[in-house]
Design a protein around this ligand. Structure first.
Ligand code: LLP
Length: 422
C-alpha cells in the first residue's frame, strides 16, 4: 500500500502543476526561484495517518525536527498534538519557539554537550535518548548539580541490518556510532537504579532512515522487548518504548513503507508490554509534501551529454549528490509538448558533483521554464548551504488555498552580516 493511498499533493491540472489549488508557476512569479513549497494539508493527513495506525498504543508522535525545522511548519505540527525528536540545542530552541511542550520532546544524539544537556534539563524534556555510558554519567552529574531529575531511555543498538538506500542512513548495526550495544544496555539501567537524579523512563531504538520494509523494525522490536522483559524482572519498570523513525516514503522510484501494516504489527506488541509507544517520523511526515521549484537557465550540449542547467543545485538540495538520492523532476507547465531526452540536471555550484539528476530521461524543457523537483520536503532546506556564497532559498507554505512565505529568501546582507557585525 504505502503512501500511494493519499492523493498527490502536487496534481497537474490542465497541464500545470498545482499545490493546494495554486499553480506552482504563480508561486515562482510571486516568490522567485529556487523556492521550497510545502503543502500543509498533506502533512496534516500524514499526521492523521500515523495517529490512526498507532492509536492503540497511546502513541506520542515525536516529529523528527532534523527533517525540516521551519518554525511555521513546526508550529502547525505541534498544534496537531505532536512532540519533537531533537538532536541539538538549536532544534530544542526551534521546537520550544514553535510551542511544542518540553514534556513531549525526546533528545537523541551521540555528542550532547554540557550546554545542551543543561538547557534540556532545565526545560524538563520527556526523555534523553542516551547513546553511551559516559553521556549517562554526565547527565547524572548535571542533574544532581541542578537539583533535578533526568528522565532517560537508553538508545539500544539492536545490531539489525536494515536495508537503507545508502550506507550513511543505516544506524542500527554495531559498526555505527549510534546507541549502546544491547548486551551493555542492561548495565546502564542497573547503574542508574542507584542514582537519585536519574529516572529510567523508556527504551529507545532507531535503526536507520528510508526503510521500506517492516521486517527490520519487528526484528529490532523483538530484541528490545526481550530487554524490557529482563529489566522488568530486575525491578526496572519503564513507561515508554521509542521505536525511532526512518519510515520510508515513495520518491517515485519504488513504494514507501506500509505504515498501516507496521502499526498492526507493532501496536499489540507494545501495548501488551504495558508501554506507551513513541515514534520519531521525520521524512514520512513532510517529505512528499514538499517540492523544490527551480527555473531552467540554460541547456548545454557537449559531445557526450545534454545538461539542463537550473538555478538550484546541491546547495539547495544535497540528497542526489550526497546519497545518490532520487527525486522525480517534472516540467511545471506541460501545455506545450516537448520531446523526451536523456539529460543531466545540474545546478550552478562549481562542483562536478552538483547535480539533481544524472542520465535521466525527462521532457526537455526550454530555458526559462520551471522544473519541480519532487519529494523535497524532508532533508531539503535543512541541508541547504551557502557554499559558493549562494543565498539560501525562500520557503512557502500552502494551506487553505493560500500561500504564505514562511522563510524569506536570504539577501546579500544576510550573507556577510555575521562577519561585518564583529
Ligand atoms: N530519529 C533519529 C534518532 C534519527 O537519527 C532520525 C534521522 C530520525 C528519527 C528521523 O528519520 P526519518 O523518519 O526522517 O527517516 N539526510 C538523510 C537522512 C538522515 C536521517 C538521520 N536521522 C537523507 O536525506 O536521506
Amino acid at each position: 500500500m504505502g503512501t500511494g493511498l493519499l492523493t498527490d499533493p502536487f496534481p497537474r491540472v490542465d497541464g500545470r502543476i498545482q499545490c493546494g489549488g495554486i499553480p506552482l508557476g504563480e508561486l515562482a512569479v510571486e516568490f522567485g526561484t529556487p523556492l521550497y513549497v510545502y503543502d500543509m494539508e498533506r502533512i496534516r493527513r500524514q499526521v492523521g495517518r500515523f495517529e490512526q495506525a498507532f492509536a492503540g498504543a497511546g502513541v506520542l508522535i515525536a516529529y523528527s525536527v532534523k527533517a525540516n525545522g521551519n518554525l511555521a511548519l513546526l508550529r502547525e505540527i505541534g498544534a496537531l498534538g505532536c512532540g519533537a525528536d531533537i538532536t541539538s540545542l538549536g532544534e530544542l530552541h526551534r521546537a520550544r519557539r514553535a510551542g511544542i511542550p518540553a514534556s513531549s520532546i525526546v533528545f537523541a544524539g551521540v555528542a550532547k554537550s554540557e550546554i545542551e544537556l543543561t538547557r534540556a534539563l532545565d526545560e524538563g524534556i520527556y526523555g534523553f535518548n542516551v547513546e553511551s555510558e559516559s553521556e549517562l554519567e554526565r547527565i547524572d552529574r548535571l542533574a544532581a548539580l541542578m537539583g533535578v531529575q533526568a528522565a532517560f531511555a537508553v538508545r539500544v543498538n539492536p545490531n539489525v541490518a536494515a536495508d537503507t538506500p545508502h550506507e550513511y542512513t543505516a544506524t542500527g548495526h554495531d559498526a555505527t556510532k549510534f546507541g549502546v550495544p544491547i548486551d551493555r544496555a542492561r548495565a546502564l539501567y542497573s547503574w542508574a537504579a542507584d542514582r537519585p537524579s536519574l529516572v529510567a523512563r523508556g527504551i529507545d531504538v532507531h535503526i536507520g532512515s528510508q526503510i521500506v520494509d517492516t521486517a527490520p523494525y519487528l526484528e529490532a522490536l523483538d530484541r528490545v522487548l526481550g530487554l524490557v522483559e529482563e529489566l522488568r524482572g530486575a525491578g526496572v519498570g519503564l513507561e515508554y518504548l521509542d521505536m525511532g523513525g526512518g519510515f520510508g516514503i515513495s520518491y517515485g522510484d519504488g513504494a514507501g513503507l506500509d505504515i498501516e501494516a507496521l502499526g498492526r504489527a507493532v501496536v499489540p506488541l507494545v501495548s501488551e508490554a504495558g508501554l506507551r509507544l513513541v515514534i520519531e517520523p521525520g521524512r514520512s511526515l513532510v517529505g512528499e509534501a514538499g517540492v523544490l521549484l527551480t527555473r531552467v537557465q540554460y541547456v548545454k550540449r557537449t559531445s557526450g551529454k545534454t545538461f539542463v542547467i537550473i538555478d538550484g543545485g546541491m546547495s539547495e538540495l544535497i540528497r542526489p549528490s550526497h546519497y545518490g538520492g532520487y527525486h522525480a523532476i517534472r516540467r511545471v507547465d506541460t501545455r506545450l509538448d516537448r520531446h523526451v531526452e536523456r539529460v543531466d540536471v545540474v545546478g550552478p555550484v562549481c562542483e562536478t558533483g552538483d547535480f539533481l539528476a544524472r542520465d535521466r530521461e525527462i521532457d526537455m524543457p526550454d530555458p526559462g521554464e520551471l522544473l519541480a523537483v519532487h519529494t523535497a520536503g524532508a532533508y531539503g532546506f535543512v541541508m541547504a548551504s551557502n557554499y559558493n556564497a549562494r543565498l539560501r532559498p525562500a520557503e512557502v507554505m500552502v494551506d487553505g488555498g493560500e500561500a504564505r512565505l514562511v522563510r524569506r529568501r536570504e539577501t546579500l546582507d544576510d550573507l556577510t552580516r555575521l562577519e561585518e557585525d564583529l
